[in-house]
Ligand binder design. Structure first.
Ligand SMILES: *Cc1c(COP(=O)(O)O)cnc(C)c1O
Length: 419
C-alpha cells in the first residue's frame, strides 16, 4: 500500500524519466531508454538533447513527419474554434473529411472512430450484421490469416492470427478461422457459404512485412463474390501513401467491400476510419453503432489535411522513388552482411530486412545497437527489422540511415562474436 500523495504544484512539476514508467504505468510495454521530447520532420531529440534520425514514424503513423507545419497550423486553428460536439450534431471538418475519402476511394460512406482496432471492430460488426439481415443465422464465420494483426480489442485480437495475443483472455468470440497467408488453396478450402467476411492485410505489417501476391488478393475477391462473403482490407498500416498509392489496394487493382484506416490518417492525432459502399453502410442504421470521440473536429481537421497532402500524385510518385532508394540501400546491407541478413521485402516505404537463421530472434538486439548510433528503427517479430520512415524522407536521409545502420551492425556483430 502506498501513501496517497496530493496533486500539488510540486508533484506536477517534479521531473519524470524512463524509470517513472516502471513506477506508474501498467506494464503492457517495455519502452526504450530513449525518451523523445521533441520532433521535427524525421528528426527527434531525447531528454538529454541527443539527436536521432527517425525511421519508425511511430509505427507508420507520422507519415508527414513530426510537427508538420500545415498540420500544426490547422490543428491550432481548430483548437481555437471548436473541439467537440456530441453525435447529436455533425461538424464541418468530419463532413469534409468523409467527402474527401469517398471521392478518393471505392467507398461511398465513412464511419469514424479513434483507432485501427475500432475501425476493424466496426468492420467485423458490420459484416456479421449484414449477413444476419441478408442470409439469416448460420453465416457468421470470419476467415482471417495466420500472423495477421487487427488490433487489441477482444474481437480484433481474436480475428488477428497471433495466439500470443489471445492467450489467457478466453472465452473468445466464436466462429473465427485462420488460414495461411498468400495460400490460394487454403483460402478455397476455407471460404464457403457459412462465411460472412474475409479479412486481410494487403501487406502484413506486424506479421513480418509480407506483401500479398496479386493472385492471392484476386482469388479472395473471386471467392467472396462466389459465396457472398464481404472482403475486408485492413489498411491501417499499408494505407495512407505508405505503399506509394493512397491505399495499397489501388496498386493491386483489387477492390474490397470494406477498408479500414487509422495510424497515418491522423499523423499522430488519434483517428480511425471504416470505408464502405452505399449498400453495406445501410447495415449500420441509426443507433446500431457509435463512439463519443469518433470524427471529432480536431481529429477530422488533421486527417483532412493529411489526406489532401498525401493524395497528391506528385507526393505519391516521390514515395515510390524514395522506396526504390530505400530498397537499394537495404540490398547493399544484404550484400555486405550476408551472415546477418537474408533478404529485403516490402512495398514502397514499408520495408522489412529479414535476418538469417543464425541470428533468428535477434532483431531487437540489432535495432538497439543501431539506436545507440542515433537511428530509430522498428522490428516486426524476432526475425525482421522494419523500416517505416515518414513519407517525406529525403535521399540524403536514406543515405545517412544506411551509414548509421552499418555502424550499429558492426558494433552488434563485434559484440556477438565476443560472446
Ligand atoms: C496497428 C494496426 C492495427 C491496430 O491499430 P490501433 O490504432 O493500434 O488500434 C490494426 N491493423 C493493422 C494492420 C495495424 O498495423
Amino acid at each position: 500500500m502506498t501513501v496517497t500523495e496530493k496533486i500539488d504544484t510540486e508533484l506536477l512539476n517534479a521531473p519524470v524519466s524512463r524509470k517513472t514508467f516502471d513506477e506508474v504505468l501498467v506494464p503492457t510495454y517495455a519502452p526504450s531508454n530513449v525518451l523523445p521530447v521533441r520532433g521535427s520532420g524525421l528528426d527527434v531529440w531525447d531528454q538529454e538533447g541527443k539527436h536521432y534520425l527517425d525511421f519508425t514514424a511511430g509505427i507508420a503513423v507520422t507519415a508527414l513527419g513530426h510537427a508538420h507545419p500545415v498540420l500544426v497550423e490547422a490543428l491550432t486553428r481548430q483548437a481555437n474554434t471548436l473541439w467537440h460536439v456530441s453525435n447529436g450534431f455533425t461538424n464541418e471538418p468530419v463532413l469534409r473529411l468523409a467527402r474527401a475519402l469517398t471521392a478518393a476511394t471505392f467507398a461511398d460512406r465513412a464511419f469514424f472512430c479513434n483507432s485501427g482496432a475500432e475501425a476493424n471492430e466496426a468492420a467485423f460488426k458490420l459484416a456479421r450484421k449484414y449477413a444476419h439481415a441478408k442470409f439469416g443465422a448460420g453465416r457468421s464465420r470470419i476467415v482471417s490469416c495466420i500472423s495477421s494483426f487487427h488490433g487489441r480489442t477482444l474481437f480484433t485480437v481474436s480475428v488477428g492470427g497471433q495466439a500470443k495475443y489471445t492467450e489467457g483472455f478466453e472465452p473468445l468470440p466464436p466462429q473465427i478461422d485462420h488460414i495461411p497467408y498468400n495460400d490460394v488453396e487454403a483460402a478455397r478450402a476455407a471460404i464457403g457459404d457459412d462465411v460472412c467476411a474475409v479479412v486481410v492485410e494487403p501487406i502484413q505489417g506486424e506479421g513480418g512485412v509480407i506483401p500479398a501476391t496479386r493472385e492471392y488478393l484476386q482469388a479472395l475477391r473471386q471467392l467472396c463474390d462466389q459465396t457472398g462473403a464481404l472482403l475486408i482490407f485492413d489498411e491501417v498500416q499499408s494505407g495512407m501513401g505508405r505503399s506509394g498509392e493512397l491505399f495499397a489496394y489501388m496498386g493491386y487493382g483489387v477492390t474490397p467491400d470494406i477498408l479500414t484506416a487509422a495510424k497515418a490518417l491522423g499523423n499522430g492525432f488519434p483517428i480511425g476510419a471504416m470505408l464502405t459502399t452505399e449498400e453495406l453502410a445501410k447495415t449500420l442504421a441509426v443507433g446500431s453503432h457509435g463512439t463519443t470521440y469518433g470524427g471529432n473536429p480536431l481529429a477530422a481537421t488533421v486527417a483532412l489535411n493529411v489526406v489532401n497532402i498525401i493524395s497528391q500524385p506528385a507526393f505519391l510518385a516521390r514515395v515510390k522513388a524514395a522506396g526504390v532508394q530505400l530498397v537499394a540501400m537495404l540490398q547493399g546491407l544484404v550484400r555486405d552482411y550476408p551472415q546477418l541478413f537474408a533478404e529485403v521485402r516490402g512495398v514502397g516505404l514499408l520495408q522489412g530486412l529479414v535476418v538469417t537463421k543464425q541470428f533468428s530472434g535477434r532483431s531487437k538486439d540489432v535495432t538497439r545497437a543501431i539506436e545507440a548510433q542515433g537511428l530509430l528503427l522498428l522490428i516486426a517479430g524476432g526475425d525482421v527489422l522494419r523500416l517505416a520512415p515518414a513519407l517525406i524522407v529525403s535521399d540524403a536521409q536514406i543515405v545517412e540511415a544506411g551509414r548509421l545502420m552499418r555502424l550499429g551492425i558492426d558494433a552488434f556483430l563485434a559484440a556477438s562474436s565476443g560472446k
